[in-house]
Write a protein that binds this ligand. Structure first.
Ligand code: CTP
Length: 390
C-alpha cells in the first residue's frame, strides 16, 4: 500500500492537484518523507510539533484550505483511533480538527484479510461512515503477508478515480444509462473474422463519466481489452447480432442510450463452421454479406413507439463532410442528439474533438482527452433530459 500511496501522489500532482502529504510515524517506517516530498513538491509533515508552522498549529493550518482529506492507506488501527476521536498524532489531529462541512474525509483501507473481516473493523467502518467519512472499498488478491484475500488497498489509479468521482457533480443521479462501445467482430469461420479499428475508449469513458455523475450504468462492450469502469455493469458481446440482443434486452430499463459502438454494417452470410482451408489452385472463397440490424435506429423507434422516455444519442465517424453527414444521420436514425468525431483518425487515440448536432444546430467540443470530452458530453446530456418524475 505504501508504494501505491507514492504512485497516487505522483498521479494526483500530474492531474493538477495540490497534494499536501502528512505521514504518521508508522508510515515513515515504510517510505521516507523525502520520497513523498519529491513526489508532491511540498514539504511533508509528520509531527504536530513541527516548528515550521509560525503558530505551531499544523493541524489547523493544513486543514483549512483542502478540498478533501484522503487517508491512504488507512490501517485498522488508524480507523479504530478515528472512531474514538483520538488525536495523538498530526494525522488523527487533522481528521478531528478539519471543518467537516467543507473538508470531506475519504479512507482507503489496507490490511490483512482477517483484520479486514474482523467484526471490530467492520463495526468501526460502519460507524465511521455514519460519522460522515467516505470509506472506499478494498481490492482482493495477494497480500504483503503472503495470504490471499480481501483487504489490499485499491490501486493508485482506482483511488485517483474514486477521488475524481467523489468530486463529480451528480447530474445523472438516479438515471439509468445504457452505453454500447467498441467494435463488433463478424466471423468468417472459427478463426477468421471482420472487425474495425474502434478501440472502445470513447464509449468506456462515457460509461465511466455517467457512473461518476451518479447514473446506474450498463455497458455493452464489443471485443476490447479495456478495464471495466468502477461501478459499471458490463456485458461482453462479440458480433453485431449479440450486441443487438444485449442492447434490446437492456433498453427497456434505461433512461438514456448512448450508441458509441462501431457496429459492423454487414455480417458474413453462412459463416463456415470449420476453418476454411486453402487448396492449391482453388479460387479464394467468395464472401456474401447480409445487413446487420441497426441497433440505434431500432432502439430509438421502439422508444418512440412506447413512451419516448428513452433519450437516444448516436455517434458518427466520417472521413469527410462531417457536419452534413451527421445532420443527415441524425435525421435518418431519428435521434435527438448525434455526436460526430471531428477527427476520423481518432481510433485508438486518447484524445478527440466532438461535434454535437441536434435539431437546433451544432456545437463543437474542442480537442481534449476522451475522459474530459465524456464528462462534457454527460453534462450536456443531463441538461437535455426531462426532469425526473418522483
Ligand atoms: N449503429 C447501430 N447499428 C448498426 C450501425 C450503426 O446502432 N448496425 C449506430 C452506431 O452505434 C452509431 C450510429 O449508428 O451510433 C452511426 O453509425 P454509422 O456506422 O456511422 O452509421 P451508418 O448508418 O452505418 O452509416 P454509414 O456507415 O453509411 O456512415
Amino acid at each position: 500500500a505504501c508504494y501505491k500511496a507514492a504512485e497516487l501522489c505522483r498521479a494526483l500532482v500530474k492531474e493538477g492537484a495540490t497534494v499536501q502529504v502528512v505521514m504518521t510515524e508508522a508510515a515513515a517506517q515504510f517510505v521516507t518523507p523525502v520520497t513523498m516530498q519529491a513526489l508532491s513538491n511540498q514539504p511533508v509533515y509528520v509531527s504536530q510539533w513541527d516548528p515550521r508552522e509560525p503558530n505551531n498549529m499544523a493541524h489547523i493550518n493544513l486543514t483549512r484550505h483542502a478540498h478533501a482529506m484522503l487517508v491512504a492507506p488507512a490501517s485498522a488501527d488508524f480507523m479504530a483511533k478515528l472512531l474514538h476521536g483520538r488525536a495523538d498524532d498530526l494525522l488523527s489531529l487533522m481528521c478531528l480538527a478539519r471543518p467537516v462541512d467543507t473538508v470531506p474525509l475519504l479512507l482507503a483501507p489496507a490490511m490483512n484479510k482477517e483484520m479486514w473481516a474482523h467484526p471490530a473493523t467492520q463495526r468501526n467502518m460502519a460507524q465511521l461512515r455514519q460519522d460522515g467519512a467516505k470509506v472506499l472499498g478494498v481490492g482482493q488478491g495477494d497480500q504483503a503477508c503472503g495470504e490471499v484475500g480481501d483487504g489490499r488497498m485499491l490501486e493508485a489509479d482506482e483511488l485517483r478515480h474514486s477521488l475524481e468521482a467523489f468530486f463529480a457533480p451528480k447530474v445523472l443521479q438516479g438515471r439509468r444509462v445504457l452505453v454500447n462501445a467498441g467494435p463488433t467482430y463478424e466471423a468468417i469461420d472459427p478463426v477468421r473474422g471482420i472487425t474495425n479499428r474502434s478501440s472502445g475508449k470513447m464509449g468506456f469513458a462515457i460509461a465511466r463519466a455517467a457512473a461518476d455523475a451518479g447514473a446506474m450504468v450498463t455497458l455493452v462492450a464489443g471485443p476490447v481489452a479495456l478495464p471495466t469502469p468502477h461501478g459499471v455493469q458490463r456485458i461482453d458481446v462479440i458480433s453485431a447480432q449479440h450486441m443487438h440482443a444485449a442492447v434490446l434486452a437492456q433498453a427497456a430499463h434505461a433512461d438514456v442510450f448512448v450508441a458509441a459502438a462501431a457496429v459492423a454494417d454487414w455480417r458474413v452470410d453462412l459463416a463456415a463452421s470449420q476453418k476454411i482451408k486453402k487448396e492449391a489452385g482453388a479460387a479464394p472463397p467468395a464472401l456474401r454479406f447480409l445487413e446487420n440490424p441497426d441497433i440505434l435506429a431500432e432502439v430509438a423507434a421502439t422508444a418512440r413507439a412506447l413512451s419516448g422516455a428513452l433519450f437516444c444519442v448516436g455517434f458518427a465517424a466520417e472521413s469527410e463532410n462531417l457536419l452534413a453527414h451527421a445532420q443527415a444521420k441524425r435525421a435518418r436514425k431519428n435521434v435527438p442528439l448525434l455526436v460526430g468525431n471531428i477527427d476520423p483518425d481518432t481510433f485508438g487515440q486518447d484524445d478527440n474533438a466532438l461535434l454535437l448536432v441536434d435539431e437546433h444546430g451544432y456545437r463543437e467540443l474542442p480537442r481534449a482527452s476522451k475522459a474530459d470530452l465524456a464528462r462534457q458530453l454527460i453534462h450536456d446530456l443531463a441538461t437535455r433530459l426531462a426532469p425526473k418524475t418522483p
